[in-house]
Design a protein around this ligand. Structure first.
Ligand code: ADP
Ligand code: MG
Ligand code: MG
Length: 881
């Protein structure tokens, strides 16, 4: 018989897939003897069984739940629904991966009109009993019966007003009874049924609801965002209740064993006295920092810090812990590996290695390369004198500028339109996720460092400020005020999530630098990784940045960008417009020293590391004015100034533009096809490279140019261009008397090149897989058209798993890469291979490149640190013999 239900003493932390993260850790903590309220877990397999039987709980599962309940009742000496001595439980969802705020927990289940009296008698605290009962009705109605929480809050608000109270603790037992009566009426009004009184019915309805919530909208959105597969299912935890709302000797809180924002090794968290469960994260009351617990409950604090240490030692990682104190006694309700910012991830990994807790390889695997982007973002210029408008809690670091919006839908709308927005809310809930995704940053006026907004923003690496109480938000008027200042919807603000400051308008930002810890971690990555990392850089500034970030060379230097410069474009156009060879040569002679200067700068920046220079690639019309615009100008001149020389010039230009016009430029006259038809262009570029190399060699510098011929599809193209480069080299050598060492290779970006890689290898010293074009040509998609017209729909409809321009399509494009490497190396053992598409900066693609045996990946300078780490992780994960 299949086992669907596990008591807390039957599991352990390795059983996450079956028990979910929460369940597995509750079992583990029970196992090592921590004070965890007893209970049991219904497995993720039961969730899948539920969906297989058309959303009903199979009898076998039901029976096992009832059995486990019996054991729980015996152990606690209480019975669910027993008016004399009632057992109360919580029902908590828990998927394999923690999904913050995605699913709702029900507390105090087992409360009804009879048991509430029992609880009041037993605890000698009627107020507590009725408060707990009303909380249960409120939660259960919202989560299970799907009645909007607003009705309950509104009713409670009315009672508070009527009685002249401002906070909940002022309500008496009688007041809560009144609230309960009102709540029950709300339930009848919305469901046309009484609130369910039978505890077992309450229990099974709740289990159903947890399973259902696996497929609610916000869970689906979260899974999509975090690439969590939908078939995993969620587990359900049934746990006996402990109460933080029993008076001032009770409370509830959340704490991280280290600071999840900076990584500093100091207990970080918040708690509320006389409160239950979600009160801390809900942001309704702003909680107290954990440090003050030391004074308020010294014994509990001592025990708690000891438990935190124990948990960190046990899990060997920073933990995020939920606890409750019931009448001076500490209970642990949850532990999990804490989410953290990139900065904290690095700090913690490095600290733990230095403390001897983990080894370097483990540390390297602890930091998600994707997260590193956060650290490579710009931040506010320190020299700028800030005029602070208000200050809240620094809940997630980073700086952001954007238009103020007050609603998640609005944020999404503007965000998708490419606008930068900052979402400002009193507090956020899981229903705001899509808005947070679309926003640059989040600001809330309520809630602490562990509020929903803070947790979610840190997870996404977005700047966030919480609990900025000076902010008076008027959602209806779409504005907020701080003192005299009023900020309206659409106004621009800048926030600094590292300090909590909010400022008006846009503020100058500066480029990022790598911290010492970051550099240390990356140096460990370099020790481990068995694949090189280069950068794509077209100018000395980018090359310097790349070198600073640890690139081992330039994998792709595109020469066309050098032509686009405003002082050069007229000469480039002259070259293109030339009717005869002499005129063209004249223009090329003017361009040559400029190109030479570019190369000198790049060689210098790379200090002797190899530089792969690609000869001209785009079709020539890209350097000419737009046809339509030109036509308008010509037409205008024909009317206004028909005899002008200006008109003549423009007409000539138009004629050339028409000549060069192509039906499909992506597949047109470009790449080596230009070199074959206009060899003088490639010759000029090759010479510029050799002159630059010679000049630097003369200064005693080492230079390693690798000249790359683009878009080769047939070996003869390469053969011809190779000869041209060699001849140019000879000429420069004779002229300067300096011999440069160099190699000639090609980009593999046309399927035919991969298919005939053995022939091509005979003429090439290296291959560089241009996976952007190779993806275009393999799929037959032009990227711009695909991304603007159908790719999004393809991904939504699951026609494609991912955007193949962002994540390398290993099955198709990847197969061509593998074939290219294999055939190439068959013909020329040891042939150097690399990748220079954008994929070179994406972690799964980097892993693929490592497994395929490429010598290096090349990516944009800002992604170099990410690539170094991802390369190390790929090496650690795929041990080669
Ligand atoms: P989430 O995954 O949203 O954090 P949890 O299941 O952890 O949901 O529960 C929500 C809140 O209720 C937490 O503060 C938790 O500590 C509290 N809680 C859950 N179960 C119990 C229980 N048995 N006794 C007391 N508090 C509980
Ligand atoms: Mg929790
Ligand atoms: Mg290309």
């Amino acid at each position: 018989m299949q086992k669907f239900v596990y008591l807390f003493n039957e599991g352990n932390s390795d059983m996450k897939e079956l028990l979910g993260g929460k369940g597995a850790n509750l079992a583990e903590m029970t196992r090592i003897g921590l004070p965890v309220p007893y209970g049991f877990t219904i497995s993720t397999q039961a969730c899948n069984a539920y969906y297989e039987t058309e959303k009903t709980i199979p009898t076998i599962v039901e029976n096992q739940v009832l059995e486990a309940l019996n054991i729980l009742e015996e152990k606690m000496g209480k019975k669910l629904g027993d008016p004399e001595n009632p057992l109360l439980v919580s029902v908590r969802s828990g998927a394999v991966f923690s999904m913050p705020g995605m699913m709702d927990t029900i507390l105090n289940l087992g409360m009804n009109d009879e048991t509430v009296e029992g609880v009041a008698r037993l605890t000698n605290n009627a107020r507590f009993a009725y408060d707990s009962y009303r909380r249960f009705i409120q939660m259960f109605s919202n989560v299970v019966l799907q009645i909007d929480g607003f009705y309950f809050e509104q009713f409670l608000e009315e009672i508070r007003e009527e009685k002249g109270y401002t906070t909940d603790p002022e309500l008496t037992a009688e007041d809560w009874q009144e609230v309960i009566a009102g709540y029950k009426e709300i339930v009848i009004k919305h469901t046309r049924k009484e609130f369910p009184q039978e505890p077992k019915e309450q229990l099974f309805l709740s289990i159903n609801a947890v399973f259902d919530s696996w497929n609610n909208q916000r869970a689906i959105v979260y899974r999509r965002l975090n690439k969590i597969p939908g078939h995993l299912g969620t587990a359900v935890n049934i746990q006996s209740m402990v109460f933080g709302n029993m008076g001032n000797d009770s409370g509830t809180g959340v704490a991280f064993t280290r600071n999840p924002s900076t990584g500093e090794s100091i207990l970080y968290g918040e708690y509320l006295i006389n409160a239950q469960g979600e009160d801390v994260v809900a942001g309704i009351r702003t909680p107290q920092p954990i440090a003050t617990l030391k004074d308020e409950m010294p014994e509990v604090f001592k025990q708690f810090t000891a438990t935190c240490d124990r948990l960190e030692q046990h899990y060997l990682d920073m933990q995020d812990i939920e606890f409750t104190v019931e009448r001076g006694k500490l209970f642990i309700l949850q532990t999990r590996t804490g989410k953290r910012t990139a900065q904290a991830a690095i700090q913690i990994a490095v600290d733990m290695v230095e403390a001897g807790i983990i080894d370097k390889k483990t540390a390297l695997l602890r930091v998600d390369p994707d997260q590193l982007n956060q650290l490579l973002h710009r931040r506010i210029d320190d020299t700028f004198i800030r005029k602070q408008l208000a200050k809240g809690l620094p809940a997630s670091p980073g700086a952001a500028t954007g238009k103020v919006v007050f609603d998640a839908d609005e944020a999404e709308l503007l965000g998708n339109d490419g606008q930068k927005v900052i979402l400002v809310r009193p507090e956020t809930t899981p229903d705001d996720i899509h808005g947070i995704i679309a926003a640059q940053a989040v600001v809330t006026s309520r809630g602490g460092m562990t509020s929903h907004a803070a947790v979610v923003a840190r997870g996404m690496g977005k700047a966030c400020i919480c609990g900025c109480e000076a902010l008076k938000i008027d959602l209806k008027a779409k504005q907020f005020s701080i003192g005299e200042t009023i900020v309206n919807y659409g106004d621009i603000i800048t926030i600094d999530g590292s300090t909590g400051e909010i400022m008006l308008g846009e503020i100058p930002m500066i480029e990022p630098e790598l911290s010492d810890e970051f550099q240390l971690l990356l140096s460990w990555a370099d020790e481990v990784r068995e694949i090189g990392v280069r950068a794509n850089a077209d100018n000395p500034t980018d090359a310097k940045k790349a070198f600073e970030f640890g690139a081992g060379g330039i994998g792709l230097c595109r020469t066309e960008h050098m032509f686009m410069d405003s002082t050069r474009i007229p000469i480039v156009q002259k070259m293109i417009l030339a009717d005869n060879f002499e005129d063209r040569m004249e223009a090329l002679d003017q361009l040559l020293p400029m190109q030479q200067g570019d190369f000198e700068g790049i060689f210098e920046a790379m200090e002797g590391h190899p530089v792969t220079i690609r000869l001209l690639d785009p079709p020539l019309h890209e350097f000419l004015p737009d046809k339509e615009e030109l036509l308008v100008e010509v037409t205008k001149l024909q009317i206004l100034d028909p005899n002008s020389s200006e008109l003549k010039k423009k007409e000539q230009l138009l004629k050339k533009v028409r000549q060069l016009d192509e039906f499909n430029p992506m597949l047109g006259h470009r790449g080596c096809r230009l070199g074959v038809i206009y060899p003088e262009i490639y010759e000029m570029q090759a010479k510029a490279i050799f002159y630059a190399a010679a000049k630097l060699a003369d200064k005693g510098m080492e230079v390693k140019p690798e000249i790359m011929i683009p878009l080769v599809g047939h070996v003869n193209e390469l053969k011809q261009m190779r000869q041209l480069v060699i001849d140019s080299g000879e000429k420069v050598k004779t002229e300067t008397g300096i011999e440069t060492e160099y190699t000639i290779g090609t980009m593999i970006e046309i399927p035919r090149a991969a298919l005939t890689a053995d022939q091509i290898a005979a003429e090439a010293d290296f291959f560089s897989f241009g996976t952007n074009d190779l993806t275009q040509t393999t799929f037959g998609y032009s990227r711009d058209d695909a991304e603007s017209k159908f790719l999004q729909a393809y991904i939504e409809q699951k026609v494609l798993p991912e955007n193949p321009f962002a994540v390398l399509d290993q099955e198709g494009v990847g197969k061509l890469v593998e074939m290219g490497v294999k055939l190439g190396r068959q013909a020329k053992p040891g042939l150097k291979t690399g990748i220079c598409g954008e994929h070179g900066g994406e972690k799964s693609s980097i892993e693929f490149c490592y497994k395929t045996g490429l010598d290096y990946v090349s990516c944009s300078p800002y992604r170099v640190p990410l690539a170094r780490l991802a390369a190390a992780q790929a090496t650690i994960r795929n041990v080669k013999n």
